[in-house]
Design a protein around this ligand. Structure first.
Ligand code: SF4
Length: 221
């Protein structure tokens, strides 16, 4: 099965779904968003990673910034902060208009420190799956680059992570098709959630946020 382009979901949105299904639905189905320091800083860092939008060679590694990627099979698309092509004539794949063969390595930039959860990891795994489909290659490892400390962390693209990413994406397509917003499930994650004021978890355990806001406006008018 292949998805139509208009049904593609954003690769980056899997981080919201992995963090909290309701947060994902509030942002991507109900189109609610609240900026806080964490999200603004994250955006600035991504803009820097995408700024150059070019390809350069450094120490034999071809580095491409802001590369658009997609998977027809999974119905997802996005932009890779950085993709590195590392010369490997034995295990690599061919790249258009380049001599030799290359290992393909996605690198995702993140502000702050590595997280406890798999939000960031899922994003790299999806980028790898998209690149594999587009370039007919196999990707064993990607990287997450964190702002604090300035360090790379390897992400091994295991079968288990691939399966998890694909299952999450299927669930996201299902929720999106049904325009389904899960109910709030209060947890310690809510303290770090950029949407906690909009989610109103204590008040809306049984209600859709839009209905709640509409109800509140109706009552006051
Ligand atoms: S406040 Fe809690 S339940 Fe609501 S979206 Fe954020 S993490 Fe999810």
């Amino acid at each position: 099965m292949e998805y139509r382009e208009e049904d593609y979901l954003m690769i980056s949105s899997i981080q919201h779904f992995e963090f909290c299904r309701r947060q994902w639905a509030l942002i991507h189905i109900e189109q609610l968003w609240e900026e806080n320091l964490r999200t603004v800083e994250g955006e600035i860092m991504h803009k820097h990673a995408h700024d150059s939008d070019f390809t350069e060679s450094r120490n034999g590694v071809i580095i491409t910034r802001g590369m658009p990627v997609y998977s027809r099979r999974l119905g997802v698309s996005g932009v890779c902060d950085v993709v590195e092509f590392v010369r490997d004539d034995v295990n690599g794949c061919e790249i258009y208009q380049r001599e030799g063969k290359y290992q393909v390595v996605p690198v995702e930039y993140k502000r702050g420190e590595p997280k406890e959860g798999l939000e960031d990891v899922m994003q790299v795994v999806l980028q790898a799956i998209c690149l594999e489909e587009m370039l007919c290659c196999r990707i064993e490892t990607g990287y997450l680059y964190y702002g604090m400390p300035r360090r790379r962390m390897a992400v091994v693209i295991t079968e288990e992570l691939r399966l998890r990413a694909e299952q999450k994406l299927q669930e996201m397509h299902d929720y999106y098709d049904r325009r389904y917003t899960p109910k709030a499930k209060i947890s310690k994650k809510c303290n770090a959630c950029s949407l906690k004021e909009l989610c109103l978890p204590k008040l809306t355990k049984n209600n859709n946020v839009k209905d709640y806001i509409a109800g509140a406006i109706g009552e006051n008018s």
